[in-house]
Design a protein around this ligand. Structure first.
Ligand SMILES: [Zn+2]
Length: 279
C-alpha cells in the first residue's frame, strides 16, 4: 500500500522538480506538493487522497506526475501542481491504524469515533473525524449524506475550513489561481463536473466529455453533494473542476492495488486531454 513514508521517499527522489509544502496536518505531518512544467504559463492542480481510504489515488497521482515529466512537450507551456496526498493523517490511520497516531488523546479519540473498532481501513476523514471533502465553503452542510458529529466519513465540521488540511488546500488554490482542477477519488469510474454553475456550463460540459472519452468513465451530473474541493473551485473561482472517481465498483474498499495499472492506463491522458481542450 502507498504509505506516507513511501510518498515522501518517492518525492525525495525526483530530480529537477519544485517541491512545496502546503501546510501541516492535525497530526503534525506536512502536506507535500510537487510542481512540474512551467511556472509562467497557466496552471493545473491535481489533488488526490483527500479521502483517507482512497490512498491508491496518491500513487496514481505520482505516476501521472512521472508521465507529465516525460511528456513535458505536451503540456504546451502549462504547469501542474500535484498534491498526491491531501489527507496524510487519514491515510496513515487507514493503513497502519492507531499505531500511526502520535498523541494519546488523538488515539483514544479516533477509536471512540470508530466505535471502538481498531480496523480503520475504511476511514475517510482526517485525524479528528472530519471529512475534508465536505468541509469547503460551497453550500456547506447541505449535502444529502452530510452528518453533524465526528465520524469516519461525511462529517462536515463545525464550520467551513475548520480543518488545517482544507485550509491549506484552499489557501494554496487561491494563491495559484489555477485554470483548472482535478480531484482524484476512488471509486465508481465516474466524473463529476457540475456544481450549480450557469455561465460556464457548456464549457465545463465539453471538457468533462473530453475526460470521459479518454478515461472511458461515465459523466455524472449533481448527486446532491456539497462542500467539496471541486465544488468550491467551481463556485468561487469559476474554473472547470472535476472529481474523478477511479476504479471499478466491482471491487470493494479497501481498493485493491492490483487494479493500479489499469487505473493508470485509463487516466494517463487526463492532464494532456484537459490542457489540449483548453488551449
Ligand atoms: Zn472520495
Amino acid at each position: 500500500m502507498y504509505t506516507y513514508e513511501r510518498l515522501l521517499s518517492d518525492i525525495g527522489e525526483l530530480e529537477g522538480v519544485e517541491r512545496l509544502v502546503l501546510g501541516i496536518t492535525w497530526g503534525g505531518r506536512i502536506i507535500p506538493c510537487v510542481h512540474v512544467g512551467s511556472k509562467r504559463g497557466r496552471q493545473l492542480i491535481v489533488c488526490a487522497a483527500i479521502h483517507a481510504r482512497e490512498h491508491i489515488t496518491a500513487q496514481l497521482a505520482m505516476r501521472l506526475l512521472g508521465e507529465c515529466r516525460k511528456r513535458a512537450g505536451e503540456l504546451f507551456g502549462w504547469g501542474i501542481y500535484f498534491i498526491p496526498m491531501a489527507n496524510p493523517d487519514g491515510v496513515e490511520l487507514c493503513i497502519r491504524g492507531t499505531e500511526s497516531v502520535r498523541s494519546a488523546w488523538d488515539r483514544e479519540n479516533v477509536l471512540k469515533i470508530n466505535g471502538g473498532c481498531p480496523d480503520f481501513s475504511l476511514w475517510k476523514a482526517n485525524l479528528v473525524g472530519i471529512d475534508l471533502n465536505v468541509n469547503f465553503d460551497a453550500r456547506f452542510g447541505t449535502g444529502v449524506s452530510n452528518v453533524f458529529s465526528p465520524a469516519p466519513e461525511n462529517y462536515v465540521g463545525e464550520a467551513p475550513f475548520s480543518e488545517p488540511e482544507s485550509r491549506a488546500l484552499v489557501d494554496f488554490t487561491k494563491k495559484v489561481r489555477p485554470s483548472a482542477v482535478i480531484s482524484y477519488h476512488c471509486k465508481g469510474e465516474m466524473i463529476f463536473w457540475k456544481f450549480h454553475q450557469q455561465a460556464n456550463l457548456l464549457r465545463d460540459r465539453i471538457l468533462a466529455e473530453a475526460l470521459a472519452e479518454v478515461t472511458g468513465y461515465e459523466l455524472v451530473d449533481e448527486m446532491g453533494s456539497a462542500g467539496g474541493y471541486k465544488d468550491w473551485c467551481i463556485q468561487h473561482l469559476g474554473i472547470p473542476a472535476f472529481t474523478i472517481e477511479v476504479g471499478s465498483d466491482a471491487f470493494p474498499h479497501p481498493f485493491p492495488y492490483s487494479e493500479l495499472d489499469r487505473i493508470f492506463e485509463q487516466n494517463r491522458q487526463v492532464p494532456f486531454a484537459l490542457i489540449k481542450n483548453m488551449l
